[in-house]
Design a binder for this molecule. Structure first.
Ligand SMILES: C[S@@+](CC[C@H](N)C(=O)[O-])C[C@H]1O[C@@H](n2cnc3c(N)ncnc32)[C@H](O)[C@@H]1O
Length: 276
């Protein structure tokens, strides 16, 4: 009896992912396959290797190649007040709910280099809430977390970010929040006084606190169905009753087992409240 033929490259990719998991503990097996395939090919090109097996050999024997792989496979694209409508909805719908707590814990999962974190900190400061909030900003990739901790962004982006800030309902002059130094915008360090940046892998790590709000945008789209389901369970378990979940317009709760356990605060921006 002969088995259905499988593309040998798919087998090689499986072996590569298994090897990375066993050697380094990073588990990419449940990332969405089509985009993972593209990223494997891109890394092979960058490393000037012609087969996935050759990539596997290099990664398993060279931790620096693993660092390059993590950088290349975790898509870190982000911006300040990205999708301004999300922040406007958060300001209108979530902030009044968060105001009812004496102390507010917010988890931003997959925060990349921190632009989203500083945006939220600005929004909360303008709402008079930042002082009683603690923001836990996590990502798998430690290189981007270091940039987030520094809070220094490219000055050339500030024009676009100012527009985003205004469209998000910003109430001040955006330039108040940073000082220009050469080509950089150095953000006011007091914005991150109540922020804890730390590594957290949504695939392998569990809950680490109970939160009044969780924001996770443009991350789950890179995961397959099973992994999305697992992460949604994690978020549901980590939210307090009536806590807020912000997914942004690219993600959805549809087809997950937790869909009935939330009510929508803003459908377009996928802002939900956990049912009690
Ligand atoms: C496209 S960025 C989104 C950044 C930000 N949330 C936004 O919307 O602008 C996706 C981020 O998810 C992170 N990521 C990917 N897999 C992850 C995982 N398993 N656990 C935690 N973060 C992960 C990546 O490192 C990357 O910084």
């Amino acid at each position: 009896m002969s088995a259905d033929p499988v593309d040998p490259q798919e087998i090689e990719i499986d072996l590569l992912l298994e090897g990375i998991r066993r050697q380094y503990g990073y588990d990419f097996r449940d990332y969405a396959r089509a985009s993972l395939r593209r990223r494997v090919r891109k890394l092979m090109f960058d490393e000037q290797l012609s087969t996935v097996s050759a990539l596997q050999e290099r990664v398993l024997h060279d931790p620096e190649c693993l660092d390059r792989l993590v950088l290349s496979w975790t898509i870190n694209v982000t911006s300040m007040f990205r999708t301004p409508a999300f922040f406007a909805a958060f300001r209108e719908q979530a902030v009044p709910l968060l105001r009812t707590y004496p102390f507010v814990r917010i988890w931003i999962a997959g925060c990349s280099s921190g632009e989203e974190v500083y945006s939220l900190a600005i929004l909360l400061r303008e709402a008079g809430l930042l002082e009683r909030c603690r923001i836990y900003a996590t990502d798998l990739n430690t290189a981007v977390l270091e940039r987030a901790q520094a809070g220094i962004f490219d000055l050339r982006h500030m024009k676009d970010y100012t527009e985003n800030y205004q469209r998000a309902g910003g109430q001040e002059s955006f330039s108040e929040y940073y000082s220009a130094q050469y080509d950089s915008a150095v953000f006011d360090p007091s914005l991150r006084e109540n922020v804890v940046f730390s590594q957290h892998n949504l695939v392998t790590d569990g809950s680490f606190n109970e939160f009044q709000a969780i924001i996770c945008r443009n991350v789950l789209i890179y995961f397959n169905r099973e992994l999305q389901e697992r992460v949604h369970q994690l978020f549901h378990d980590s939210l307090c009753n009536l806590g807020v979940l912000g997914l942004g317009s690219k993600e959805t709760l549809r087809a997950t087992s937790v869909v009935d356990r939330y009510t929508a605060l803003d459908r377009a921006n996928r802002l939900y409240q956990k049912r009690s």
